[in-house]
Each structure stands twice: as C-alpha cells, then as structure tokens.
Ligand binder design. Structure first.
Ligand code: CA
Length: 257
C-alpha cells in the first residue's frame, strides 16, 4: 500500500522529542486527481525543501492522512469516488492536521461549506503557487509553535523536553527512554488519536508491516506509571483506532483498557 505514495525524499527519522531542536522538513500531503496539478505542486514544494506525498483519489488520501503525520494537507474538492468534503469530514473525526482546500468552484457556498467541515483555508483554482506556499506557511507555523514548545502539559502531567523529565501532580515519573519518547509523541498530539502504526513508526522506527504489538505492550507499561496511581486517567484506548492522550471530565471506563 505504501508503495503507492510518491515520496519526494526519504522520510527523515528522528526521535520525536529531538525534533524540536532540528530544522525538520515540513511534510505535506497533496490529494489531487489532476496529474498535472499534482506533479506541479510536488515539484514546487520539493524545490522549497518540503517533503511531499501525493494521492490521486480521496480514499488513498484519507488513508495516508490517517496513517501518517503531516504538517499540512492540500486537498482538492472534486475527486473521483470520495470527494474532498467526505475526506475532510472523515479526517476531522480523528485528526486536526491543517487542511487547505482547492476547488475549481470559487463559489461562496463551496468555500463556506469547506470551512464549516473543518478546512483551515480555501483556495479557488486557478491559484498561484506563491499564494499556496504563503498559506501553507501560515498553517504550518501555527502547528510548529506546538512542535517547538519545550514544555508540554496535559492536565497535571508536565513534560520538560529539555530536561527530559515528566511529572504528574509535581511527582517525578520514572520512565525509560522509549516510554518518554512515546509520552512526548502522545502529548504533542494531545486530543488526537494516534494509530499503532504511526506510533511504531515514530518511536520505534518500524515500517508498516512490522508487528505493532510492541506498541500495545509499551502503552500498557506507560499507563501503569502515568495513569494507574492517579484518579484522573489521561491515556485512553480508542478501539480499532489507536490511543489518545487527553484530560476528560468524565472518562468512560469502557474505553480505558
Ligand atoms: Ca479534481
């Protein structure tokens, strides 16, 4: 499946917690069925130092958007099969990745519909490449403010990335290096569901056909340290989807595996 993604450069890998110290490549997904537009964007973004993947239909695009962690998605509205609105609607149930919608229709109604469904920006076709890049920069800057933070906080859980220590309610948590990386990744994406595959890829540097049981085991261990001693649970299992770190007012017990 992964072979269908055209990648402009090999995926840069770094421990998630080291990323804020690097000038990392921004990773963009282009979901566009018009080959000409798609390859033009791929070439242009690559020249500017972005890492870009392309998908030529909504189903593949949604799949990549869910499985991988993009800094932004350029999403065409008119796509064969699943259209841009449907992709956006599905994506927004699970992820907050910034989305810029493209559409040949410039009508106000379409624009409003796109924004209502969770698009972060909207660009009518034909668009200027420079304008698209400017808008991408706005979206990724907003996201990078979070990526560049050196202290992450979820409820009373505080993670100091520079000191590489985590505390809950002021008490130091005794974590292994992997557990710390895993916690950082979850905290950086707090409120977003992360799939086992994505966690395996980013924390263990494993590829898509690896055994993801290692993730389940690590989550279980992390939970005994981060959640078990405390009344408010932060690390939640979403069945069939993955894991999410967030403070919930009323955590349903059924979901806390
Ligand atoms: Ca199209």
């Amino acid at each position: 499946m992964l072979a269908a993604v055209q990648s402009s450069t090999p995926r840069a890998r770094a421990p998630p917690c080291a990323r804020h110290l690097e000038n990392r490549h921004l990773r963009v997904l282009i979901i566009e069925d018009e080959e000409k537009t798609s390859s033009y964007l791929l070439r242009g973004l690559t020249e500017l130092g972005y890492t870009a993947d392309t998908a030529s239909n909504g189903t593949d695009g949604l799949h990549y958007a869910m499985e991988f962690d993009y800094d932004a998605i350029v999403l065409d509205l008119m796509l064969p099969g699943m259209d841009g609105y449907a992709v956006l609607e599905n994506l927004r149930r699970h992820k907050n990745t910034p989305v810029i919608m493209l559409s040949a229709r410039g009508a106000v109604d379409d624009r409003v519909k796109g924004l209502r469904k969770g698009a972060d920006d909207y660009l009518p076709k034909p668009f200027s490449f420079t304008e698209l890049v400017a808008r991408l920069q706005v979206q990724t800057r907003r996201r990078n403010e979070n990526l560049e933070a050196t202290v992450l906080q979820v409820d009373d859980l505080v993670i100091d990335l520079l000191a590489r220590k985590a505390t809950r309610g002021g008490q130091r948590l005794d974590l292994t290096a992997k557990e710390f990386s895993l916690l950082c990744l979850l905290a950086r994406h707090q409120g977003e569901i992360l799939s086992k595959l994505m966690i395996a890829e980013q924390v263990w540097d494993m590829n898509f056909d690896s055994d993801v049981n290692v993730v389940e085991v690590a989550i279980k261990r992390l939970r005994t340290k981060v959640d078990a001693p405390y009344p408010a649970k932060l690390l939640h299992t979403v069945r069939g989807m993955g894991y999410v770190l967030e403070a919930r007012d009323d955590a349903p017990q059924a979901e806390v595996a």
